[in-house]
Design a protein around this ligand. Sequence first.
Ligand SMILES: Nc1ncnc2c1ncn2[C@@H]1O[C@H](COP(=O)(O)OP(=O)(O)OP(=O)(O)O)[C@@H](O)[C@H]1O
Ligand SMILES: [Mg+2]
Length: 238
Amino acid sequence: MSIELRGVTAGYVQDVPVVRNIDMHVPTKAIATVIGPNGSGKSTLLRSVVGQTPQTTGSIVVDGAEVRGVSAHRRVIEHRVAFVPQVANVFGPLTVMENLEVGGARVPRKQQRRRISELLDTYPDLAAKRRIRAESLSGGQRQLLALARALMTSPTTLLLDEPSAGLSPAMMDSMFDAVRNTRDLHDVTVLLVEQNAVQSLEISDFGVVLVAGELAMHGPARDILSDPTVGRLYLGAA
Ligand SMILES: Nc1ncnc2c1ncn2[C@@H]1O[C@H](COP(=O)(O)OP(=O)(O)OP(=O)(O)O)[C@@H](O)[C@H]1O
Ligand SMILES: [Mg+2]
């Protein structure tokens, strides 16, 4: 559900912060997009919410519970946070079904079966490929599988790192549709990082601009989309 960051500073090595003093709030069932140049700390910011950025200070509140200091494992299981990383987000040699089973490995067996059939209903493209190895899927299908796999634990907070990377324009459209449908159908709050900033902001309620590890701007997605400086620097406007 809601995600709240207060004064979050995070990095990999002590005293070398990658993101600094981040304050942001994503209300329950909202979609927020983080944009910014390469290396500005977008993935690091997401990982700090997941619990994978070792040096993190400040407060991270998910669904009303402070999670800083809570292990990444417990954030998934107890705080229902799911994360789709930027790369290596499915197991290539495993089939679509097997990837979903691995995603739900900690879910009781009966619930796991039910969840798989729900997700295959939601994503018919995956249902058609259920016996196919992930490495044989198209890029778009693979991203969809990564999303479905993350949903196996029935998360309330979903973090996606560049879900549309490397996709054709048509596949990109269906990925963004899938993200919005996921929010609508599965009752999750979504925080995503995207290079395809315009399309992502168009399906988002809020936007965040991260520059050199600092929050340069945040607010309603439409305000970010219409901001002339952001447009010139990050949205490909003339
Ligand atoms: N595991 C790591 N260990 C040490 N430094 C890291 C690690 N991951 C990222 N960094 C450093 O943190 C900085 C921000 O990287 P990050 O991956 O968060 O940026 P990003 O905004 O996601 O970039 P991109 O748009 O290229 O994905 C970079 O200087 C990077 O070298
Ligand atoms: Mg990144």
